[in-house]
Design a protein around this ligand. Structure first.
Ligand code: MLT
Ligand code: ZN
Length: 490
């Protein structure tokens, strides 16, 4: 059913043409999802191909007070691209050109819909890479990565997306097109507006072009799989390596729940134990060899009962695939459960990992929920996926209780509620607690740039109430979803 006024649809058709928008029920339904627990159907999906079209659509949205939500591949895990208040979904995946590759200047200029892996395959041919390595590398788009300050397993050594953004083209909520930053590697030229836009989650404008620096690809890498009988020992191993001092390119931690889930779904035969660390070092071949020896020695001293080092690409790829399989595998851990992104991607100071993982296990037990803990432990970024019974209100409530306690612990340890996925809906109440004294400043910026509140409204600092809301799962209570805000489910 089309809720949008015919005049607005007609104007959109005038801007992008009949082929580049849809109000079909099936299209609207699927564009109501991202990778989060939430869902809400938009009124129209528009697929622009140029900045000028984006600007005209945003001007129209601003004039008609129509909510507008930009999106890339929809891999966001907290509801970023779920159009809470309906309106326009702006699908930017057709803007997917690499416009410039300036190898000698160490930067490239890309449209927002360029996929991370596609960019790296071009850079890789010339010996360079954009090394942030998000879990959704095969699908996620550069625009989405900028909008969430995404990162992944190699942030300890190579940083997050914000460390690579030199400049942006942004369509502001008024439709005005601005250019932030520069094409130079250094810039102290006024407010760093590109930094403000990074992580703004589609609330301050639409990113239509990104100027990114890149890095030289390391010549060699090696990985060891260290197995532990104690999750706390595995956590301690991480800071023991860093404090050596030694800078690994990644340390992926997996607890017993995630190991069991992956072993059930994939034929990789991970050691059946309390925890494993996949530790990667990269650089010059001789340095890699030497550092790997040191890493294995530290792992053993930290309590690893086995280590298996390899520089064989096939072996490393098996381990990496096993690590990447955690997310889907967790949903097959037990018949009645699905794995959901709750308390999803906190970060703590590296030395606090042992306390954090121990506390998460205790909180899970106390609330009767199953939690799989894993993540990019080298930089203190952990994932705690919860297994809930999707049609049981009690199960969701237990999950939500555990989330609150987990985040309280994270803040007590000096951490943040989100290291790489962002806030949107699912983290909103906890981020509001974490950032209590800067919410006013954030709101003031939002109101100044978007006075009509059209850009991705109702999220981050403007979300109120429970996160168990606007769920993608059919109603779990008689009479519909128990949302505190209006949603599709009544
Ligand atoms: C990852 O680490 O693979 C991604 O952040 C997604 C996740 O598992 O939460
Ligand atoms: Zn991750």
């Amino acid at each position: 059913m089309v809720h949008m006024k015919k005049e607005i649809v007609d104007e959109i058709e005038g801007i992008v043409g009949r082929e580049r928008y849809s109000t079909d029920t099936a299209d609207l339904y699927v564009y109501g999802f991202d990778a989060s627990i939430h869902h809400k159907t938009p009124d129209i999906v528009v697929r622009p191909t140029t900045t000028a079209q984006v600007s005209d659509i945003v001007k129209l949205a601003n004039k008609t007070l129509t909510p507008i939500v930009p999106r890339g591949a929809g891999t966001a895990m907290c509801g970023h691209t779920v159009p809470l208040k309906g309106g326009i979904i702006l699908d930017l995946t057709a803007m997917n050109k690499i416009k410039e590759l300036r190898i000698e200047d160490l930067y490239c200029v890309v449209e927002p819909g360029v996929v991370y892996d596609a960019l790296n395959s071009e850079l890789g041919k010339r010996g360079f890479w954009f090394p942030t390595t998000p879990g959704s590398a095969e699908a996620c788009t550069i625009g989405g990565m900028v909008a969430t300050n995404a990162s992944g397993m190699r942030a300890i050594k190579y940083g997050a997306t914000r460390d690579y953004v030199l400049g942006l083209e942004v369509v502001l909520p008024t439709g005005e097109v601005i250019h932030t930053g520069t094409r130079t590697l250094k810039n102290s030229s006024g407010y760093q507006l590109d930094r403000l836009m990074v992580g703004s989650e589609g609330t301050l404008g639409v990113i239509t072009e990104v100027t990114l620096r890149f890095a030289v690809k390391p010549r060699a890498s090696a990985m060891t799989l260290a197995a532990f009988n104690s999750l706390v020992d595995a956590g301690q191993c991480v800071s023991n390596i860093i404090a050596k001092p030694l800078l690994p390119s990644a340390i992926e931690l997996m607890d017993s729940v995630t190991i069991q889930a992956v072993n059930k779904c994939m034929n990789v035969g991970l050691p059946d134990c309390e925890a494993i660390c996949m530790i990667e070092v990269d650089g010059h071949p001789a340095a890699v060899e030497e550092e790997m020896k040191v890493v294995e020695e530290i792992a053993r001293k930290s309590g690893a009962f086995s280590t298996e080092a390899s520089s064989d690409k096939k072996r490393i790829s098996e381990w990496t695939q096993a690590r990447k399989a955690i997310l889907p595998s967790l949903s097959r851990y037990g018949e009645k459960y699905v794995s959901v992104a709750l308390a999803d991607d906190m970060s703590v100071p590296i030395s606090r990992i042992p306390e954090a993982v121990e506390a998460f296990q205790k909180i899970a037990e106390a609330n009767g929920v199953i939690v799989g803990t894993y993540g990019h432990s080298a930089d203190g970024n952990l994932h705690t996926k919860m297994l809930v019974e999707p049609y049981s209100e009690e199960s969701w409530k237990a999950g939500e209780r555990a989330v609150g306690q987990i985040y309280d612990k994270v803040l007590e340890l000096g951490g943040t509620v989100t290291g790489e996925h962002g806030v949107s809906i699912t983290k909103a109440p906890y981020m509001q607690k974490e950032r209590r004294d800067s919410l006013g400043a954030m709101r003031a910026i939002k109101r100044a740039l978007d006075p009509n509140d059209i850009m991705n409204p109702g999220k981050i600092f403007d979300w109120e109430g429970s996160i168990i809301s606007h769920l993608r799962y059919p109603a779990f209570t008689e009479g519909g979803c128990s949302c505190s805000q209006t949603c599709d489910q009544g």
